[in-house]
Design a protein around this ligand. Structure first.
Ligand SMILES: Nc1ncnc2c1ncn2[C@@H]1O[C@H](COP(=O)(O)OP(=O)(O)O)[C@@H](O)[C@H]1O
Ligand SMILES: Cc1ncc(COP(=O)(O)O)c(C=O)c1O
Ligand SMILES: [Mg+2]
Length: 271
């Protein structure tokens, strides 16, 4: 009998340097034996001549809609994620697609910033993620900064702050919330907090240095998505994703003097 390969979708931007965005998503989906598809929302370029400054070119929302028509034409999508969306119109298109296709496993990575930056790329789009996507998320995976914005609590500095933010984001409608402390939370450990509306669980590893973690957030959310597509529970998917991303950061490398991505194949190759 032919094995059914779960189809997974990412609605995300492209990071030409290969570590984050849809590049990270597709690599991760493949590592977990799922079949990855992309609706591209934006293209991010980083310029080595101006200290790796980021430039984001956003797609027309009609083009995103057309891509989603294509990705939806192959039958059931077992799980999906969103990454960088770029505009309110694209966020609306993503929501329509999730509702129209009745997709069950929806991972919302509320990308508002790229690492090393602490200004929301597009404040209106950030509000749209909160209002349109968080309420229909199976899981959302904000980093420390994004959790502060979504919860309205501002700067988060401790595990206790992360817990308060997780509760607020759960109240916005997400079934499960993971606040990633990552490198941003002070201390020796890379701590992520999982909240399912009832219990908190702390996922903790040693902080890896150098922190070759460009793309770690996208990769984490993509691994959760693939886990769900493969039939794992949310909690199992989250624990597996933490192992996957930790292995990747341990085998990360300096792409150049500005950025170091994790290595997406490390979890498989180091086993
Ligand atoms: N230096 C590090 N050592 C170990 N784990 C890390 C490190 N940096 C990030 N992580 C982990 O990578 C995942 C992504 O988190 P983070 O880098 O905060 O997200 P984002 O890329 O969205 O900013 C989390 O599981 C986080 O704990
Ligand atoms: C297209 C795109 N999506 C998402 C991100 C966020 O990446 P991270 O996984 O480091 O949060 C970036 C960062 O450069 C990006 O270029
Ligand atoms: Mg991120």
């Amino acid at each position: 009998m032919t094995k059914i390969i779960p189809k997974v979708l990412t609605i995300a931007g492209s990071d030409a340097s290969g570590g984050a965005g849809m590049e990270a998503d597709l690599k991760t989906f493949e590592e977990f034996g799922t079949y990855g598809m992309v609706a591209l929302t934006s293209i991010v370029t980083m310029d080595p001549d101006t200290d790796w400054s980021h430039n984001v070119t956003v797609m027309d929302s009609g083009l995103v809609k057309a891509q989603l028509k294509t990705t939806g034409a192959g039958g059931e999508i077992a799980a999906m994620k969103t990454g960088m969306l770029g505009s309110v119109a694209i966020t609306e298109v993503a929501r329509e697609n999730i509702l129209a296709k009745k997709i069950n496993n929806v991972v919302i990575d509320p990308v508002m910033v790229c690492k090393g930056e602490d200004e929301v790329l597009n404040p209106e789009a950030a509000d749209a993620i909160r209002d349109l996507l968080i309420p229909i998320a199976t899981v959302t995976t904000p980093n420390l900064f994004e959790a502060g914005v979504l919860s309205g609590l501002g700067t988060l500095k401790s595990l206790d702050d992360m817990k308060q933010a997780a509760v607020k984001i759960h109240e916005l409608g997400a079934e499960n919330v993971i606040v990633k402390g990552g490198k941003a939370l002070e201390g020796e450990k890379a701590i992520d907090l999982f909240y399912d509306g009832i219990n908190f669980e702390v996922l903790e590893t040693d902080k890896i240095t150098p922190a070759y973690n460009h793309g770690a957030g996208c990769t984490f959310a993509a691994a959760v998505t693939a886990g769900l597509a493969n039939g794992l529970s949310v909690k199992e998917s989250v624990y597996q994703a933490k192992e996957f991303v930790t292995a990747g950061i341990k085998s990360g490398f300096a792409f150049n003097e500005y950025v170091g991505p994790l290595y997406h194949a490390a979890y498989r190759l180091n086993k």
